[in-house]
Ligand binder design. Sequence first.
Ligand SMILES: NC(=O)C1=CN([C@@H]2O[C@H](COP(=O)(O)OP(=O)(O)OC[C@H]3O[C@@H](n4cnc5c(N)ncnc54)[C@H](O)[C@@H]3O)[C@@H](O)[C@H]2O)C=CC1
Ligand SMILES: CC(C)CC(=O)C(=O)O
Length: 364
Amino acid sequence: MEIFQYMEKYDYEQLLFCQDRVSGLKAIICIHDTTLGPALGGTRMWTYESEDEAIEDALRLAKGMTYKNAAAGLSLGGGKAVIIGDPRRDKSEAMFRAFGRFIQGLNGRYITAEDVGTTVADMDIIHEETDYVTGISPSFGSSGNPSPVTAFGVYRGMKAAAKEAFGTDSLSGKTIAVQGVGNVAYNLCKYLYEEGAMLIVTDIHKESVQRAVDEFRARAVDPQDIYGVQCDIYAPCALGATVNDQTIPLMKAKVIAGAANNQLKEARHGDTLHERGIIYAPDYVINAGGVINVADELYGYNRERALKKVEAVYENIEKVLEISKRDAIPTYLAADRLAEERIELMKHTRSTFLQNGHHILSRR
Ligand SMILES: NC(=O)C1=CN([C@@H]2O[C@H](COP(=O)(O)OP(=O)(O)OC[C@H]3O[C@@H](n4cnc5c(N)ncnc54)[C@H](O)[C@@H]3O)[C@@H](O)[C@H]2O)C=CC1
Ligand SMILES: CC(C)CC(=O)C(=O)O
C-alpha cells in the first residue's frame, strides 16, 4: 500500500507505529481528523495475517470514527488503534502499559477505549500510564464496558430501520439473523428476545453460540450459512466487509442493521443494497452507542444522561433515512452527508482565534 498516497486521498492526519521489544507490543495508532476535537476510538487486538492488513484496518476504522463521532453530535474527532496479536494468548500487563505510554505521548490528540479483543481490565492497565483512556472500571467513576450500551443503540436503530421497511417498529415476530454473538450481540439478542423476535445466530466460537441457543432459544447455523437464511433482518455483529459481492445475492433480509464497523466491503455495495430495496442502517450511525457512552466520561460520567443520548440513535437513523429519500441517495451516502456537513460547519465556527483558549473541559 502507498501509505502517504492513501492518507492524502482520505485526508488522514497521523499514523503512528508503536513497538516495544520486551513486551512484544506491535501497535498502530491512526488519527484521521481532529476538526471536532480529540480523536476518540477504541483499540482492537486481532490476529492480523499481515502488517498491511493491520494498517488498513486501523486506517479504515479511524476514518469511520470521524464520521461516527460527527454524526452522533459529539465534539470529538476520529481515531483508532490496533494491536497485532492474539487477544486470547498474547496479552500482558507490560504490553498494555507500554501502549498506554505511547498514547500519553500524544498528549490528548488520541483517546482510547475498548474494541474487539480488548476489555475493561485492559483499559484499567492502560490507565496506569495515561489519562487518555475511557471505558475503564466504574470504580474510577468511569463508564465501564461500552458493549451493552452499544447494543442498546443498535436495538434502537434497528427499530427505526424496521419502521421504514415494515411500517412498524415492533420487532415482535420478526426473524433476525445475528452474525457473531460476542459482547455487543449477546446484549442485543437479549433485547430482541425480550421483544419477541426469533433469532438465528452464528459465531466461530461454539460456546458463544450455545449461550444464545440456551438463553434466547436461538437457532444456530454455521458461519458461512448466515447470509442466506430466511429472515427479516440481518444483523452483522462480527467483523467488517461482510456485505459484499458474494453475500448480497444470497440475502433474503429487507433490513441490514448491526453493530459491526465497516460492514460494506466497498462503498458501491451500499449502492447495490439501495438498488435492491434493502434498508441499510449505516454502521457508524447505528453503532454509536458505545462511543456516546464513553465520551460522556469527558464531562464527568452520568449514566442517565448517556443513555438518553444513546436512545436518540433511533432519531438519527430516521434522519439518515429522510436524507436518503429527500436526496434520492443510498443511506450510506446520506450518513456521510450528515457527518460531513457538521464537520464543515464546525470548522467554520471554530475558526475564531483564541489566545491560549482552553475549554473548561481541559481534556477536549
Ligand atoms: N464493543 C463495542 O462497544 C462496539 C463494537 N463495535 C463493533 O461491533 C462488532 C462486535 O464487537 P464486540 O461485540 O465488541 O466484539 P466481540 O469480539 O466481543 O464479538 C465479535 C464476535 O464475532 C465473532 N466472529 C468473528 N468472526 C466471525 C465470523 N466470520 N463469523 C461469525 N462470527 C465471527 C467472534 O467470535 C466474536 O464472538 C465489531 O465490529 C466492533 O468493532 C462497534 C461499536 C462499539
Ligand atoms: C467501542 C467504542 C467505545 C469506540 C469505538 O471504537 C467504536 O465505536 O467503534
